[in-house]
Design a binder for this molecule. Structure first.
Ligand code: GLY
Length: 601
């Protein structure tokens, strides 16, 4: 297998070079705020303006299996499959389909995703089931005659969808690694759709929020509404049962026919008819031709850890490794969690990484993505020469790096570990919440709005403010670039952590911080998930942060060096992770910011 592993010696050279940049550090941190002896991190700063954790939720412990996902019903399904003798892939497939029922905002069969899988023998695999542009897509399909972006066209409605990959991805994963039958792993989702499930408060609020779009984009359809009448004013409430009869039939077709139950026959016909009705592009031929791809995992060392992550079509894995390597040699632990020096080097890493993303990253089946060079320490060193402790680097002066010979908010993540130590990390998406908001008539599922993840015009920001270029331009059957970063870490050759999150452009910075919180700052997995987060993405040139993430002292220190900081009224990340503790037990950690739940035994 051609794994992109950079040699240690280069890393060492990079460490020396970076260390030389550190001598003028205006470190203001004086406390070491880690209590490793108890295995639990304690924030020891006197500054009351910092509230390190979003909540004090505790992790879930298990020894035989663990599932962490965005919805309690889906985690329960995964746990039941593990208890029935299924392995991590069986449970992951069941969770993917269960989320398509109980978490229609991001769980899906009308979207796509990525899977990182590590078997208990240490062999790693990645599966790219990202959506593809339809066969008739063109580079300028979202531009008017003057070359201006036609607002909203890549975000909502029928033209916003790529060809879905989730069902093919799950069929591929199950065919290769599943232990239980396909019918068994589909059954919980069929039941949840046909018999219904009780809405959580958050489920109800989400469906009520999109009611106007459901009426305007899907006239005459009652999906996710209490009545087909657009004048109906009733709303959903916590505890009410949501039954999805058409979705149950679609899932049954998938259950009995496998991938053909989605990409051919009745479901394909309903989907292509929906596209004709709304002037979308996806045809039955596009569906029939869709195939997910097994790709070589992207792997690299970080200290005593081996990081296994997603290669392109995701930009997330490359970005994660770049960020980790940029900051690897700095004494983050000594400086302390979210102290100004810690934050400064992390922001500067993030700034440079997103500039590279815009220039170089795209579908590797269409463009040459210089993955090995991008994570090479020599290259990273050239990107760090303009780093200054005195002053924030100006994003306008940061372009993508030079590589010789080189010619570009709603998603969900779940993590599963089974009794044998097989581990799955999956991030899957419709892109925005409830995708394009188009529900396929007769089939009952939301379609994605993933076309917005292409660069619809060079330099024009997408819905996440991300900028792209030629590498991520639209082409027929091409996959759009992603930020999803499902990741697995090994320590001393053994499974150590399974990690990932939704969050659009903020995915990789949240994954980066969540990993560092554990391995640099000594947090438990759950503390790391609870910990408040920040994000910088090159452009716009500002750092957003969750309220309480930084002390006033750190804020002032960073502002004095030219950093623009913006406190968020909402939150960052919805992490679902599993840590293997030193005693071999599993710590399931789910994000307290939403309905996320870990279940283990
Ligand atoms: N749709 C979000 C992502 O793939 O990055």
């Amino acid at each position: 297998m051609n794994k992109h592993v950079a040699p240690y010696s280069l890393l060492f050279l990079f460490a020396i070079a970076v260390a030389s940049c550190k001598t003028q550090s205006p470190i203001t941190s004086t406390t070491v705020n880690v209590n490793q002896s108890q295995g639990v991190y304690q924030y020891r700063d006197e500054d009351p303006t910092v509230k390190p954790f979003f909540s004090d939720r505790a992790g879930v412990t298990g020894r035989n299996g663990m599932v962490a996902s965005a919805h309690p019903e889906a985690s329960e399904v995964g746990l039941a499959i593990l208890k029935a003798g299924g392995n991590a892939v069986d449970a992951a497939v069941a969770v993917q389909f269960a989320l398509a029922v109980v978490y229609p905002g991001a769980g899906n069969i009308g979207g796509g995703g990525f899977m990182v899988y590590r078997d208990n023998g240490g062999k790693a695999y990645t599966l790219d089931y990202r959506e593809k542009a339809p066969g008739h897509a063109t580079p300028n399909m979202y531009l008017d005659s003057l070359g201006n972006v036609r607002p909203g066209l890549s975000i909502s409605g029928h033209l916003a969808s790529g060809v879905p990959g989730s069902v093919d991805g799950m069929a591929e994963a199950h065919k290769r690694f599943g232990k239980l039958t396909w019918a068994q792993v589909l059954q919980p989702a069929v039941d949840l759709a046909g018999k219904g499930f009780a809405l959580t408060e958050r489920d109800a609020v989400g469906l009520n929020r999109i009611k106007p779009d459901l009426n305007t984009i899907n006239p005459g359809k009652a999906y996710f509404l209490k009545s087909v009448m657009s004048t109906d004013t009733t709303t959903w409430h916590k505890g009410e049962l949501l039954v999805q009869a058409d979705l149950a039939k679609t899932l049954q077709r998938i259950q009995t026919q496998g991938r053909a139950g989605f990409y051919e026959g009745e479901t394909a016909r309903l989907l292509s008819e929906e596209m004709v009705r709304g002037k979308g592009m996806i045809t039955e031929e596009d569906l029939k031709n869709y195939h997910s791809v097994w790709r070589d995992p992207l792997q690299a060392k970080y200290k005593e850890y081996n990081v296994i992550t997603m290669p392109p079509t995701s930009s997330g894995g490359v970005a994660l490794l770049q960020m980790m390597r940029f900051t690897e040699s700095y004494p983050l632990r000594r400086w302390g969690w979210n102290r100004d020096s810690t934050v400064q080097v992390m922001i500067e890493a993030e700034r440079r990484v997103y500039a590279d993303r815009a220039k170089f990253l795209g579908d590797p089946d269409f463009v040459k993505v210089p993955v090995t060079q991008l994570i090479n320490p020599d290259y990273l060193r050239t990107r760090w020469t303009d780093f200054s402790w005195a002053k924030a680097t100006d994003s306008r002066a940061v372009k993508g790096g030079m590589i010789p010979g080189y010619e570009s908010l709603e998603t969900t993540h779940f993590s599963v570990v089974d009794k044998e130590g097989n581990a799955v990390s999956i991030t899957t998406t419709l892109n925005g919440g409830y995708g394009s908001r188009v529900v396929v008539g007769g089939a009952g599922f939301f379609m994605n709005n993933e076309m917005d993840d292409f660069s619809v015009k060079p330099g024009a920001p997408n819905m996440y403010g991300l900028i792209g270029n030629q590498a991520n331009a639209i082409a027929p059957n091409k996959r759009m670039l992603s930020s999803m970063t499902p990741t697995i870490l090994e320590k001393d050759g053994k499974l150590f952590m399974v990690v990932g999150t939704p969050g659009g452009s903020t995915i990789m910075t949240s994954v980066y911080q969540t990993i560092l919180n554990v391995i640099e700052h000594g947090m438990t997995m759950q503390q790391s998930v609870n910990a408040l987060k920040f994000h910088h993405q090159w452009l716009p040139d500002k750092t957003i942060f969750e309220n309480g993430a930084f002390s006033d002292v750190s804020i002032n220190a960073l502002k004095n060096r030219g950093y623009i900081l913006e406190k968020l009224s909402n939150t960052l990340g919805r992490m679902d992770c599993v840590l293997i503790r030193a005693d071999g037990s599993y710590e399931g950690a789910s994000d307290p910011r939403a309905d996320n739940t870990a279940r283990g035994y």
